[in-house]
Ligand binder design. Structure first.
Ligand code: OFO
Length: 183
């Protein structure tokens, strides 16, 4: 009797998504380091915390695959893209990466629907909701940047955005405060 409760196709897609979440964590980590290096400590703090959140998403998928008696495949993580040119570019890159991730999540939702794998479909709904929040966060950051002058923002405006993020509520919590059920 086959006790694997996800198809090989879904298993492969979940493993790929797990690596994508790890890649997202690396992207946030590299932008956070860039921000800290450029004196944006508030932005850096926000991005460092978000890197932890992406890693928790990776763990959530890993645990789900195990729970469904599937085989977890941990692979190499691609390197993040080049550093941002400025803060506007940084937030644009964050939004782009989140949108790409959303597209991949939608593919998994469609696949699980086509297979009538309702357990995976239901599991993936958490990610669909999470992506709405994360895209909103990135869109709001870009809206602030636009008011501040976008690519040409400088001085006081950049300082204010950085200070706002330093004081922002912890949307992304530290790793020790979360569980895989509530990443
Ligand atoms: Fe950016 O969120 Fe994971 O899935």
């Amino acid at each position: 009797m086959d006790i694997q409760r996800v198809s090989n196709t879904i298993q492969e897609a979940l493993n790929a998504q797990m690596t994508r979440e790890a890649h997202a964590a690396q992207i946030y980590l590299s932008y956070a380091a860039w921000a800290a290096d450029n004196g944006f400590d508030g932005v850096a703090n926000f991005l460092f915390r978000h890197a932890g959140e992406e890693r928790n998403h990776m763990m959530k998928i890993l645990e789900y695959v195990l729970q469904r008696n599937g085989k977890v495949k941990v692979t190499a993580i691609p390197a993040p893209d080049a550093d941002p040119k400025n803060l506007n570019d940084c937030f644009e890159k964050v939004l782009k990466s989140e949108i790409e991730n959303t597209e991949e999540i939608y593919k998994l939702v469609s696949m699980s629907m086509a297979e009538k794998d309702w357990a995976t479909w239901n599991f993936m709904q958490w990610f669909v909701k999470e992506q709405i929040e994360e895209e909103t966060l990135a869109l709001n950051l870009l809206a602030k940047m636009k008011i501040a002058g976008g690519e040409n923002a400088k001085g006081d405006a950049l300082y204010a955005i950085d200070r706002d993020l330093a004081n922002a509520p912890d949307d992304a919590r530290s790793a020790e405060d979360v569980t895989t059920a509530d990443p």
